[in-house]
Design a protein around this ligand. Structure first.
Ligand SMILES: [Zn+2]
Length: 228
């Protein structure tokens, strides 16, 4: 089993750690329904049938990796992201188009928004606009803070707003529309910055895979000049 297959197995176990359920309706009356082999993938994937909504789903359904044409490149792409690599550099490294790199980035970030992350305190200035943390983000922050009372307290003293402003400068032309996506990415990497790169990459993958989210490439329309 190659590295990617091991990771996919790990992701699957993370998502279904509380038992198998349908990513569409949440029903637990689910049974195996044959296997399939995705394009360009060395391994077979299990397909399931939900007895509640009567639809089938694959084990990567409703994740950033669903329907991918490049199953072998995603692990490395997550690695590019946790290193804050630009789209251009990531696309060159993985031999994918700039537009594919953009779509993958936003699929991952959209999925990641389902995860609990620490919140910024107060608004974040971005150009002339001011962005307040979402209600969900604030709620999630309380959960994180409670769990990490001891070791997180000193880090809250760091001015995260300044860090975020500096951090986004490397992605030239972050659109207002996508700024919330970048906020979650920054918080994730910033919050877990002390763990080794490989562990961070896997944690990033697991988080983006944990909660089923319907992601269509067409919902992420890259700007003509993708520079970030
Ligand atoms: Zn269902």
């Amino acid at each position: 089993m190659d590295e990617n297959e091991v990771i996919v197995k790990n992701l699957r176990e993370t998502r279904y750690c509380n038992g198998l359920s349908c990513p569409r309706c949440g029903g637990i009356a689910v049974k195996r329904n044959g296997t399939y082999r995705p394009k360009n993938s060395p391994g077979k994937r299990q397909r399931y049938l939900c007895n509640d909504c009567h639809k089938t789903f694959g084990e990567l359904a409703f994740s950033p990796l669903a329907g991918t044409h490049y199953p072998g490149k995603w692990t490395e792409y997550f690695g590019c992201m946790v290193q804050n690599m630009s789209l251009r550099k990531s696309a060159k490294l993985l031999d994918i188009s700039l537009s594919t790199a953009f779509i993958w980035r936003h699929k991952i970030l959209t999925a990641l928004q389902q995860s609990p992350l620490p919140a910024l305190t107060g608004g974040v200035e971005q150009g002339k606009s001011e962005i307040q943390p979402s209600e969900e983000d604030s709620k999630s922050a309380k959960g994180i803070k409670a769990r990490n009372d001891g070791d997180e307290a000193p880090k809250q003293g760091v001015n995260r707003q300044q860090c975020l402003k500096q951090w986004t400068r490397q992605f030239h032309g972050v659109s207002r529309k996508y700024f919330d996506h970048y906020l979650f990415w920054f918080l994730f990497v910033d919050f877990k910055h002390s763990i080794p790169l490989n562990d961070l990459k896997l944690a990033f993958m697991r988080e983006s895979f944990k909660t089923p989210v319907k992601l269509k490439a067409c919902q992420f329309r890259p700007c003509l000049n993708v520079t970030g």
